[in-house]
Design a binder for this molecule. Structure first.
Ligand code: HEC
Length: 162
């Protein structure tokens, strides 16, 4: 059943392809902050975020993601049919998942799975199905369902946090 082709050692997750750019940007901002403290003449702002193209992501606080229980249930069905051939649901909750994905907006995971998964048929699901899977992952991570659906839109999801 667990036919994953390869296994991520923790270190690989740490330096993982996923979200590396965002983490690098964060590191640069952090180092920029340190340099700013050390030298008062260091007045240049931190690097702009080239990935999602929005200063918004960096400055405005993203709103929490809202999804419905029904949407999460649909996501669970798609997950069981399509994703569970290769993945166990426990891969999508807990500290490593949080470290890899949750520091960034939910849109990042939405885009990742929309373009790369299922690995044998990338992009083969509808945007609504990918959004429903994200709703399911939110629920797996203890988020409470609300009364509006998670939009199936990368741009909007880029402004929603876990
Ligand atoms: C045919 C096997 C297969 C199927 C089906 C599949 N995946 Fe994957 N998935 C993989 C493999 C292998 C990796 C690790 C390599 C990679 O990232 O490409 C992966 C990686 C991932 C990752 C990144 C893991 C991380 O945290 O770094 C996510 C998220 C993911 N899959 C979600 C899904 C979802 C959601 C589905 C169902 C729509 C799905 N996968 C279906 C094989 C599969």
């Amino acid at each position: 059943m667990a036919a994953r082709r390869h296994h991520h050692p923790f270190f690989e997750v740490l330096i993982g392809r996923v979200g590396r750019r965002a983490r690098t940007a964060t590191l640069l901002l952090f180092l920029g902050g340190v340099a700013g403290c050390a030298s008062a003449s260091h007045a240049t702002p931190g690097p702009a975020d080239p990935s999602t193209g929005s200063a918004e992501t960096a400055s405005a606080q993203p709103a929490p993601a809202v999804f419905t229980a029904e949407q999460a249930q649909r996501g669970q069905r798609v997950f069981s049919t399509v994703c569970s051939v290769c993945h166990g649901r426990n891969e999508f909750r807990g500290p490593i998942f949080a470290f890899t994905w949750m520091a960034e907006p939910v849109g990042h995971l939405f885009e990742h799975i929309s373009t790369n998964m299922p690995q044998d048929r990338p992009g083969s699901l509808s945007a609504e199905e990918y959004a429903a899977i994200v709703a399911y992952f939110l629920q797996l991570n203890g988020r409470q369902a609300g009364d509006s659906e998670l939009p199936a839109d990368a741009e909007l999801l880029g402004r929603r946090r876990w």
